[in-house]
Design a protein around this ligand. Structure first.
Ligand SMILES: *[C@@H]1O[C@H](CO)[C@@H](O)[C@H](O)[C@H]1NC(C)=O
Ligand SMILES: *[C@@H]1O[C@H](CO)[C@@H](O)[C@H](O)[C@H]1NC(C)=O
Length: 235
């Protein structure tokens, strides 16, 4: 029995990674990195077979921020791949290796498009949009404002959404790469936990829109936030 279930799992996982280039363009570019500024490696035609080795969230192409790494070790925007309408990830993340929160840097992709809508359905330049980018790009979780069927709208709604989501925990102890939340302002606030000092109970966070529409970093006491939301259950 064991053998047959392993065998089925292997069949499923092989099948789950086979996709085709759609017909939205007659030829599409597969590049060295997951954005259109990197070198062209190969072109595919509509109908070509793609084996998705892994995926990342990166530069948006039309409404899609997902890029697929193919059997030719190049990146193709998921806009041109028949992976279904859900826009969810269909393979593991290429970059995410555990709970590393990444570099503290203003790499927010949409800072020149404030008040438009981001790929995860948030208004651009708000704190929630910046944190959504961090979760997608640094944790490889396909996070949107309807993650796990809950309403992750304004920052003051995130704790209830988290509590109603399987495998998401909420507590008072920050961990690197989790989300800091408070409801002390009208719509609340969320920030990305970059670092934690357990001895002095300090947390270093990255955030948007405390300075209006801008990035900032702060080191504050843990209780400057109400809760810490752990989306990745390994944390
Ligand atoms: C594009 O991808 C390359 C390779 O991964 C990376 O070094 C570069 O920073 C990326 N540029 C943008 C704008 O994301
Ligand atoms: C929760 O996480 C466990 C372990 O990763 C996984 O097996 C399970 O399917 C998850 N449950 C839900 C409802 O996502």
């Amino acid at each position: 029995m064991k053998f047959s279930s392993v065998f089925n799992a292997m069949l499923l996982s092989t099948a789950a990674h086979a996709y085709y280039v759609n017909d939205l363009s007659s030829s599409v570019n597969c590049r060295e990195g997951p954005n259109t500024t990197t070198a062209l490696v190969k072109q595919y035609k509509a109908g070509d077979f793609i084996d998705i080795k892994c995926q990342v969230s990166s530069q948006r192409v039309f409404d899609y921020a997902i890029w697929d790494k193919t059997q030719d070790n190049c990146y193709l925007t998921d806009y041109y791949v028949e992976t279904g309408m859900s826009s969810n990830y269909v393979a593991r993340n290429c970059l995410y290796h555990g709970s590393n929160p990444g570099h503290a840097v203003d790499d927010y992709r949409y800072k020149d498009q404030c008040d438009e809508v981001d790929p995860w359905n948030y208004y651009i330049c708000q704190c929630v949009s910046f944190v959504a980018q961090r979760i997608n790009e640094r944790q490889g979780i396909y996070f949107t404002n309807r993650y796990k069927g809950q309403i992750w709208g304004n920052a003051n709604e995130w704790v209830d959404a988290a509590r109603n989501s399987p495998n998401v925990t909420v507590d008072l102890v920050p961990k690197k790469g989790c989300v800091a939340q408070h409801s002390r302002s009208k719509l609340g606030h969320v920030a990305w936990v970059h670092d934690v000092d357990y001895k002095r109970k300090l947390v270093t966070i990255e955030q948007y829109n405390v300075i209006p529409h801008k990035y900032s970093m702060e080191t504050v006491a843990w209780d400057a936030f109400d809760y810490y939301i752990h989306l990745d259950c390994d944390h």
